[in-house]
Write a protein that binds this ligand. Structure first.
Ligand code: ZN
Length: 246
């Protein structure tokens, strides 16, 4: 009996340790045990919640063309940076919920126009490695707060180098033509729109898209996505991210 219960206990310990490895039960901001982000660290995600829309911090008036508006929740540092890092590189997908809710709050407060949320797709290799696409999860959580539906319209058309390895000019070249429409006839509304077979244009015609991504750096990735959507008939493209890097 002792042997069996000993084995049972050991198996339970191993099981819970594996669970701990899979989902670190600590706050990404302060390492305190408990939620993915504790109550003390959560407010860091709303660093700009009370800023009026379009208020530039640091670099004035630098909305990357052809986007009409770019919004973000907080600077890319401290708690926000650690939470994004854990979501992207440590497999803790739980963090997409608080990060996405912050995106939804910021967009509900500062967004002008916009009818659908379109996540910026990660590369298929990274999605395979992580088991999820972090921008898609962020968009889903944001949708529940701001009320706009999520439409995963874009995909990568070729592999790109990780943007953080490149300077500003190289980043633009790296992502040029890196995106395309995922399903030319995806249902994106408005309701009742019926495209001709193979024609994306009627589906995107008159639709104001809001791109969703994790971090905004130079904006070259967002601009590359916006060009695809505008070429296929979108009325306008805005963007909202968790963080902005300076
Ligand atoms: Zn904390």
């Amino acid at each position: 009996m002792d042997l069996l219960s000993g084995i049972g206990r050991a198996a339970g310990d191993i099981g819970s340790r594996l669970l701990d490895l899979a989902l670190p039960a600590t706050c990404a901001g302060c390492e305190r045990e408990g939620a993915g982000l504790c109550r003390d660290c959560l407010p860091a995600l709303d660093g700009r919640l009370l800023c009026p829309p379009g208020t530039p911090i640091g670099l004035p008036g630098d909305v990357p063309s052809p986007l009409v508006q770019v919004e973000w929740c907080a600077s890319f540092n401290g708690v926000t940076r650690r939470a994004l890092h854990r979501l992207k590189y440590a497999g803790d997908r739980r963090l997409a919920v608080p990060l996405g809710r912050a995106v939804g709050r910021r967009w509900a407060r500062a967004g002008v126009g916009g009818q659908v949320l379109v996540p910026v797709p990660a590369s298929p290799d990274r999605v395979r490695d992580r088991g999820y696409d972090q921008a898609a999860l962020i968009a889903q959580a944001a949708s529940a707060v701001c009320g706009l539906p999520v439409r995963p319209l874009l995909e990568r058309s070729r592999a790109t180098t990780a943007q953080f390895d490149l300077d500003r000019e190289a980043r633009t070249g790296n992502v040029a033509n890196a995106f395309r429409l995922r399903h030319p006839r995806s249902e994106i509304g408005p309701p009742g729109a019926r495209p001709a077979p193979g024609d994306a244009r009627p589906m995107l015609d008159g639709v104001w898209v809001v791109l969703v991504d994790d971090v905004l750096t130079t904006g070259s990735t967002l601009a590359a996505c916006a060009r695809v959507l505008l070429d296929d008939g979108a009325l306008a493209v805005s963007a909202v991210t968790v963080a902005r890097e300076r």
